[in-house]
Design a protein around this ligand. Structure first.
Ligand SMILES: *Cc1c(COP(=O)(O)O)cnc(C)c1O
Length: 371
Protein backbone atom coordinates (compact mmCIF):
# COMPACT_ATOMS: atom_id res chain seq x y z
CA UNK A 1 0.00 0.00 0.00
CA UNK A 2 1.36 3.45 -0.87
CA UNK A 3 -0.29 6.47 0.66
CA UNK A 4 0.76 9.88 -0.66
CA UNK A 5 0.67 12.79 1.73
CA UNK A 6 -1.93 14.42 -0.49
CA UNK A 7 -3.18 13.46 -3.93
CA UNK A 8 -4.67 16.59 -5.50
CA UNK A 9 -5.97 14.68 -8.49
CA UNK A 10 -7.98 12.44 -6.18
CA UNK A 11 -9.20 15.52 -4.27
CA UNK A 12 -10.43 17.13 -7.49
CA UNK A 13 -11.98 13.85 -8.63
CA UNK A 14 -14.26 13.86 -5.58
CA UNK A 15 -16.29 16.52 -7.42
CA UNK A 16 -14.90 16.22 -10.94
CA UNK A 17 -18.16 16.62 -12.88
CA UNK A 18 -19.33 19.68 -11.00
CA UNK A 19 -15.91 21.29 -11.25
CA UNK A 20 -15.59 20.61 -14.98
CA UNK A 21 -19.04 22.04 -15.53
CA UNK A 22 -18.29 25.18 -13.51
CA UNK A 23 -15.06 25.77 -15.43
CA UNK A 24 -16.75 25.19 -18.78
CA UNK A 25 -19.36 27.77 -17.90
CA UNK A 26 -16.73 30.42 -17.24
CA UNK A 27 -14.79 29.52 -20.37
CA UNK A 28 -17.97 29.74 -22.36
CA UNK A 29 -19.04 33.05 -20.80
CA UNK A 30 -16.06 34.93 -22.23
CA UNK A 31 -15.73 36.85 -18.93
CA UNK A 32 -12.61 35.93 -16.99
CA UNK A 33 -11.99 38.58 -14.33
CA UNK A 34 -14.15 40.62 -11.94
CA UNK A 35 -17.37 39.01 -13.05
CA UNK A 36 -20.33 37.08 -11.75
CA UNK A 37 -18.42 33.99 -10.54
CA UNK A 38 -16.22 36.03 -8.19
CA UNK A 39 -19.20 38.03 -7.02
CA UNK A 40 -21.17 34.87 -6.28
CA UNK A 41 -18.32 33.20 -4.45
CA UNK A 42 -17.61 36.31 -2.38
CA UNK A 43 -21.24 36.40 -1.28
CA UNK A 44 -21.38 32.71 -0.50
CA UNK A 45 -18.10 32.71 1.39
CA UNK A 46 -19.00 35.80 3.46
CA UNK A 47 -22.27 34.10 4.34
CA UNK A 48 -20.45 30.87 5.20
CA UNK A 49 -17.92 32.61 7.44
CA UNK A 50 -20.49 34.96 8.91
CA UNK A 51 -19.17 38.36 7.88
CA UNK A 52 -20.70 41.17 5.84
CA UNK A 53 -17.76 41.33 3.43
CA UNK A 54 -15.56 38.96 1.50
CA UNK A 55 -12.98 40.36 -0.90
CA UNK A 56 -11.40 37.88 -3.28
CA UNK A 57 -7.69 38.42 -3.90
CA UNK A 58 -4.89 36.60 -5.72
CA UNK A 59 -3.56 34.45 -2.86
CA UNK A 60 -3.27 34.13 0.91
CA UNK A 61 -0.11 36.18 1.22
CA UNK A 62 -1.82 39.05 -0.62
CA UNK A 63 -4.82 38.76 1.69
CA UNK A 64 -2.49 39.25 4.67
CA UNK A 65 -0.36 41.93 3.06
CA UNK A 66 -3.29 43.95 1.74
CA UNK A 67 -5.09 43.81 5.08
CA UNK A 68 -2.12 45.32 6.92
CA UNK A 69 -1.56 47.84 4.13
CA UNK A 70 -5.22 48.85 4.30
CA UNK A 71 -4.94 49.44 8.04
CA UNK A 72 -1.95 51.69 7.35
CA UNK A 73 -3.85 53.65 4.72
CA UNK A 74 -6.76 53.99 7.16
CA UNK A 75 -4.35 55.41 9.75
CA UNK A 76 -4.72 52.56 12.24
CA UNK A 77 -1.20 51.21 11.72
CA UNK A 78 2.05 53.08 11.17
CA UNK A 79 5.59 52.17 10.13
CA UNK A 80 7.42 50.42 12.96
CA UNK A 81 4.29 49.39 14.87
CA UNK A 82 4.68 46.07 16.62
CA UNK A 83 2.55 43.15 15.51
CA UNK A 84 2.29 40.08 17.73
CA UNK A 85 2.47 36.79 15.89
CA UNK A 86 2.85 33.18 16.90
CA UNK A 87 6.42 32.11 16.33
CA UNK A 88 5.57 28.72 14.81
CA UNK A 89 3.55 30.07 11.88
CA UNK A 90 4.10 29.63 8.15
CA UNK A 91 6.41 32.36 6.90
CA UNK A 92 3.71 34.17 4.87
CA UNK A 93 2.18 35.61 8.05
CA UNK A 94 5.49 37.25 8.88
CA UNK A 95 6.24 38.36 5.32
CA UNK A 96 3.01 40.36 5.30
CA UNK A 97 4.15 42.18 8.45
CA UNK A 98 7.66 43.02 7.31
CA UNK A 99 6.64 43.95 3.77
CA UNK A 100 4.50 46.66 5.34
CA UNK A 101 7.43 48.01 7.40
CA UNK A 102 5.80 46.75 10.57
CA UNK A 103 7.73 44.87 13.26
CA UNK A 104 6.92 41.25 14.01
CA UNK A 105 7.06 40.32 17.68
CA UNK A 106 7.28 36.55 17.90
CA UNK A 107 5.43 34.89 20.74
CA UNK A 108 6.20 31.31 21.67
CA UNK A 109 3.52 28.64 21.95
CA UNK A 110 2.46 25.94 24.39
CA UNK A 111 3.98 22.54 23.58
CA UNK A 112 0.73 20.53 23.65
CA UNK A 113 -2.12 22.92 22.86
CA UNK A 114 0.05 24.90 20.40
CA UNK A 115 -1.76 28.02 21.64
CA UNK A 116 0.10 31.25 22.35
CA UNK A 117 1.73 31.25 25.78
CA UNK A 118 -0.46 33.71 27.75
CA UNK A 119 2.38 35.07 29.94
CA UNK A 120 4.72 35.48 26.98
CA UNK A 121 1.98 37.29 25.11
CA UNK A 122 1.33 39.72 27.96
CA UNK A 123 5.04 40.36 28.37
CA UNK A 124 5.46 41.07 24.67
CA UNK A 125 3.00 43.97 24.71
CA UNK A 126 4.50 47.45 24.62
CA UNK A 127 3.02 50.88 23.86
CA UNK A 128 3.95 50.24 20.20
CA UNK A 129 1.93 47.01 19.98
CA UNK A 130 -0.98 47.58 17.63
CA UNK A 131 -2.18 44.21 16.41
CA UNK A 132 -2.26 40.48 16.96
CA UNK A 133 -2.04 38.15 13.98
CA UNK A 134 -3.71 35.00 15.19
CA UNK A 135 -2.92 31.93 13.10
CA UNK A 136 -5.28 28.95 13.34
CA UNK A 137 -2.36 26.71 12.51
CA UNK A 138 -3.03 23.12 11.39
CA UNK A 139 -6.76 23.91 11.43
CA UNK A 140 -6.92 24.38 15.21
CA UNK A 141 -8.97 27.32 16.46
CA UNK A 142 -6.53 29.19 18.66
CA UNK A 143 -8.88 32.01 19.69
CA UNK A 144 -10.21 32.25 23.25
CA UNK A 145 -11.85 34.73 25.62
CA UNK A 146 -8.56 35.61 27.30
CA UNK A 147 -7.18 36.74 23.95
CA UNK A 148 -10.28 38.76 23.22
CA UNK A 149 -10.07 40.51 26.59
CA UNK A 150 -6.36 41.16 26.10
CA UNK A 151 -6.89 42.66 22.64
CA UNK A 152 -9.69 44.86 23.93
CA UNK A 153 -7.70 46.01 26.96
CA UNK A 154 -4.74 47.03 24.78
CA UNK A 155 -6.83 48.16 21.81
CA UNK A 156 -5.14 45.73 19.49
CA UNK A 157 -6.42 44.91 16.04
CA UNK A 158 -7.13 41.20 15.88
CA UNK A 159 -6.34 39.76 12.47
CA UNK A 160 -6.89 36.07 11.85
CA UNK A 161 -4.75 34.06 9.48
CA UNK A 162 -7.39 31.52 8.53
CA UNK A 163 -5.41 29.95 5.67
CA UNK A 164 -5.52 26.53 7.34
CA UNK A 165 -8.89 26.64 9.08
CA UNK A 166 -11.78 27.07 6.61
CA UNK A 167 -14.97 25.97 8.34
CA UNK A 168 -13.47 25.82 11.82
CA UNK A 169 -15.73 26.84 14.72
CA UNK A 170 -15.44 28.80 17.91
CA UNK A 171 -18.75 28.19 19.65
CA UNK A 172 -21.44 29.12 17.14
CA UNK A 173 -19.06 31.39 15.21
CA UNK A 174 -16.57 30.49 12.54
CA UNK A 175 -12.92 31.36 12.54
CA UNK A 176 -12.57 34.14 10.03
CA UNK A 177 -15.30 36.12 11.79
CA UNK A 178 -13.77 36.43 15.25
CA UNK A 179 -11.53 39.47 14.87
CA UNK A 180 -11.43 42.70 12.88
CA UNK A 181 -10.36 40.98 9.68
CA UNK A 182 -9.37 37.51 8.53
CA UNK A 183 -7.16 36.32 5.71
CA UNK A 184 -7.80 33.14 3.78
CA UNK A 185 -5.74 31.18 1.28
CA UNK A 186 -7.21 28.89 -1.36
CA UNK A 187 -3.89 27.33 -2.33
CA UNK A 188 -4.74 23.92 -3.83
CA UNK A 189 -3.68 21.91 -0.79
CA UNK A 190 -5.77 23.89 1.72
CA UNK A 191 -9.06 22.53 3.04
CA UNK A 192 -10.86 24.84 0.63
CA UNK A 193 -8.47 24.78 -2.30
CA UNK A 194 -8.66 26.17 -5.82
CA UNK A 195 -7.00 24.69 -8.91
CA UNK A 196 -4.39 27.41 -8.72
CA UNK A 197 -3.88 30.43 -6.50
CA UNK A 198 -6.59 32.28 -4.66
CA UNK A 199 -7.24 34.14 -1.44
CA UNK A 200 -9.75 36.33 0.36
CA UNK A 201 -10.26 38.72 3.23
CA UNK A 202 -13.39 38.57 5.36
CA UNK A 203 -14.45 41.42 7.62
CA UNK A 204 -17.46 43.28 9.01
CA UNK A 205 -15.78 46.65 8.57
CA UNK A 206 -17.01 48.61 5.55
CA UNK A 207 -14.02 50.98 5.41
CA UNK A 208 -11.52 48.16 5.51
CA UNK A 209 -13.34 46.18 2.82
CA UNK A 210 -13.48 49.21 0.55
CA UNK A 211 -9.81 49.99 1.10
CA UNK A 212 -8.70 46.44 0.34
CA UNK A 213 -10.80 46.38 -2.84
CA UNK A 214 -9.19 49.60 -3.95
CA UNK A 215 -5.62 48.55 -3.09
CA UNK A 216 -6.13 45.24 -4.91
CA UNK A 217 -7.32 47.16 -7.97
CA UNK A 218 -4.36 49.54 -8.63
CA UNK A 219 -5.47 51.86 -5.84
CA UNK A 220 -8.37 53.09 -7.94
CA UNK A 221 -11.16 54.92 -6.13
CA UNK A 222 -13.08 54.83 -9.38
CA UNK A 223 -12.11 53.57 -12.81
CA UNK A 224 -8.71 55.00 -13.85
CA UNK A 225 -8.62 57.34 -10.85
CA UNK A 226 -5.79 56.21 -8.58
CA UNK A 227 -6.02 57.63 -5.07
CA UNK A 228 -3.35 55.25 -3.80
CA UNK A 229 -0.42 53.32 -5.21
CA UNK A 230 -2.16 49.97 -5.32
CA UNK A 231 -1.47 46.72 -7.04
CA UNK A 232 -3.21 44.02 -9.01
CA UNK A 233 -4.44 41.19 -6.82
CA UNK A 234 -7.45 39.39 -8.20
CA UNK A 235 -9.22 36.12 -7.64
CA UNK A 236 -10.08 35.01 -11.17
CA UNK A 237 -13.42 33.77 -12.43
CA UNK A 238 -12.36 30.18 -13.03
CA UNK A 239 -10.93 29.79 -9.53
CA UNK A 240 -13.99 31.44 -7.99
CA UNK A 241 -16.30 29.06 -9.88
CA UNK A 242 -14.26 26.08 -8.69
CA UNK A 243 -14.24 27.38 -5.11
CA UNK A 244 -17.99 27.89 -5.19
CA UNK A 245 -18.44 24.21 -6.05
CA UNK A 246 -15.98 23.07 -3.39
CA UNK A 247 -17.49 25.32 -0.72
CA UNK A 248 -20.73 23.33 -1.03
CA UNK A 249 -18.84 20.18 -0.10
CA UNK A 250 -16.54 21.66 2.52
CA UNK A 251 -18.55 20.68 5.61
CA UNK A 252 -18.88 17.06 4.48
CA UNK A 253 -15.15 16.92 3.75
CA UNK A 254 -14.37 18.47 7.12
CA UNK A 255 -16.51 15.81 8.80
CA UNK A 256 -14.48 13.10 7.07
CA UNK A 257 -11.28 14.80 8.28
CA UNK A 258 -12.69 14.83 11.83
CA UNK A 259 -13.60 11.14 11.62
CA UNK A 260 -10.10 10.21 10.47
CA UNK A 261 -8.56 12.35 13.22
CA UNK A 262 -10.77 10.67 15.79
CA UNK A 263 -9.43 7.29 14.63
CA UNK A 264 -5.87 8.58 14.93
CA UNK A 265 -6.50 9.83 18.46
CA UNK A 266 -8.23 6.63 19.51
CA UNK A 267 -5.83 4.07 18.11
CA UNK A 268 -2.37 5.61 17.88
CA UNK A 269 -0.56 4.21 20.90
CA UNK A 270 3.17 4.64 21.03
CA UNK A 271 5.11 6.25 23.88
CA UNK A 272 7.66 7.59 21.41
CA UNK A 273 5.04 9.92 19.88
CA UNK A 274 3.09 12.90 21.16
CA UNK A 275 -0.17 14.14 19.74
CA UNK A 276 -1.34 17.71 20.33
CA UNK A 277 -4.24 18.13 22.76
CA UNK A 278 -7.49 16.78 21.38
CA UNK A 279 -9.89 19.65 20.75
CA UNK A 280 -13.68 19.63 20.91
CA UNK A 281 -15.28 18.57 17.66
CA UNK A 282 -15.69 21.54 15.35
CA UNK A 283 -12.80 23.51 16.85
CA UNK A 284 -10.30 21.69 14.67
CA UNK A 285 -10.74 21.11 10.93
CA UNK A 286 -7.53 19.06 10.69
CA UNK A 287 -5.85 20.78 7.78
CA UNK A 288 -2.67 19.16 9.02
CA UNK A 289 -2.39 16.31 11.53
CA UNK A 290 0.91 16.91 13.34
CA UNK A 291 2.60 14.40 15.60
CA UNK A 292 5.78 15.08 17.53
CA UNK A 293 8.75 12.87 18.30
CA UNK A 294 12.39 13.36 19.15
CA UNK A 295 13.10 10.56 16.63
CA UNK A 296 11.53 12.23 13.63
CA UNK A 297 13.98 11.10 10.97
CA UNK A 298 13.71 7.48 12.06
CA UNK A 299 9.92 7.69 12.19
CA UNK A 300 9.68 9.30 8.77
CA UNK A 301 11.95 6.56 7.42
CA UNK A 302 9.86 3.83 9.08
CA UNK A 303 6.63 5.24 7.62
CA UNK A 304 8.25 5.63 4.22
CA UNK A 305 9.35 1.98 4.27
CA UNK A 306 5.69 1.10 4.76
CA UNK A 307 4.58 3.26 1.83
CA UNK A 308 3.41 6.25 3.86
CA UNK A 309 4.49 9.71 2.77
CA UNK A 310 4.77 12.42 5.41
CA UNK A 311 5.74 16.11 5.39
CA UNK A 312 7.13 18.57 7.93
CA UNK A 313 5.23 21.77 8.82
CA UNK A 314 7.59 23.54 9.18
CA UNK A 315 11.27 22.61 9.41
CA UNK A 316 12.58 26.18 9.93
CA UNK A 317 10.60 28.72 11.98
CA UNK A 318 10.40 32.24 10.46
CA UNK A 319 12.74 33.81 13.03
CA UNK A 320 15.47 31.31 12.06
CA UNK A 321 15.20 31.88 8.31
CA UNK A 322 18.12 33.42 6.44
CA UNK A 323 15.87 36.25 5.23
CA UNK A 324 15.29 37.30 8.85
CA UNK A 325 18.88 37.60 10.07
CA UNK A 326 17.84 40.35 12.47
CA UNK A 327 15.70 37.80 14.36
CA UNK A 328 18.02 34.76 14.12
CA UNK A 329 19.39 35.27 17.64
CA UNK A 330 15.94 35.19 19.26
CA UNK A 331 15.23 32.25 21.52
CA UNK A 332 11.78 30.70 21.12
CA UNK A 333 12.47 27.28 22.60
CA UNK A 334 9.10 25.58 22.15
CA UNK A 335 8.73 26.72 18.56
CA UNK A 336 12.27 25.56 17.84
CA UNK A 337 11.70 22.18 19.46
CA UNK A 338 8.42 21.66 17.59
CA UNK A 339 10.19 22.45 14.32
CA UNK A 340 12.64 19.64 15.08
CA UNK A 341 9.99 17.16 16.16
CA UNK A 342 6.97 17.76 13.93
CA UNK A 343 5.80 15.22 11.37
CA UNK A 344 2.53 15.57 9.43
CA UNK A 345 0.52 12.43 8.78
CA UNK A 346 -1.65 12.06 5.68
CA UNK A 347 -5.19 13.22 6.50
CA UNK A 348 -7.64 14.18 3.79
CA UNK A 349 -11.13 13.25 2.65
CA UNK A 350 -9.94 10.95 -0.15
CA UNK A 351 -8.45 8.47 2.31
CA UNK A 352 -10.02 5.07 2.92
CA UNK A 353 -10.50 3.40 6.30
CA UNK A 354 -7.91 0.81 5.24
CA UNK A 355 -5.32 3.51 4.61
CA UNK A 356 -6.02 5.09 7.98
CA UNK A 357 -5.71 1.70 9.70
CA UNK A 358 -2.42 1.03 7.90
CA UNK A 359 -1.01 4.35 9.11
CA UNK A 360 -2.10 3.65 12.70
CA UNK A 361 -0.63 0.14 12.65
CA UNK A 362 2.64 1.39 11.19
CA UNK A 363 2.93 4.11 13.84
CA UNK A 364 2.22 1.62 16.59
CA UNK A 365 5.03 -0.69 15.47
CA UNK A 366 7.60 2.11 15.42
CA UNK A 367 10.42 1.52 17.89
CA UNK A 368 12.95 4.10 18.96
CA UNK A 369 16.30 3.29 17.33
CA UNK A 370 19.26 2.41 19.57
CA UNK A 371 21.81 5.18 19.82
C1 LIG B 1 -0.85 28.84 2.95
C2 LIG B 1 -0.69 29.83 4.02
C3 LIG B 1 -0.53 31.19 3.74
C4 LIG B 1 -0.27 31.72 2.36
O1 LIG B 1 -1.23 31.43 1.42
P1 LIG B 1 -0.83 31.46 -0.14
O2 LIG B 1 -2.15 31.38 -0.81
O3 LIG B 1 0.03 30.29 -0.39
O4 LIG B 1 -0.14 32.75 -0.40
C5 LIG B 1 -0.51 32.07 4.80
N1 LIG B 1 -0.59 31.66 6.07
C6 LIG B 1 -0.72 30.35 6.38
C7 LIG B 1 -0.83 29.94 7.82
C8 LIG B 1 -0.75 29.39 5.37
O5 LIG B 1 -0.86 28.10 5.69
Amino acid sequence: MTIPYLNLKAMTNLHADEIQQAIAQVVDSGWYLQGEAVHQFEQHYAQYIGTTHCIGVANGLDALTLTLRAYKELGLLHDGDEILVQANTFIATVLAITENHLTPVFVDVEPTTLDLQPEALEQAITPRTKALMLVHLYGRCTYNETLRTLCEAHQLLLIEDNAQAHGCHYGQQKTGSLGHAACHSFYPGKNLGALGDGGAVTTNHDDLAKMIRSLANYGFSQKYVASLQGRNSRLDEIQAAVLDVKLRHLDAETQRRIDIARTYYKYIQNDALRLPTLMDEGNNVYHIFPIFTSHRDALQQHLSEHGIQTLIHYPIPPHQQACYKEYNQLSLPVTEQLAHEELSLPLNPTMTDEEVAHIVATLNTFRVPHA
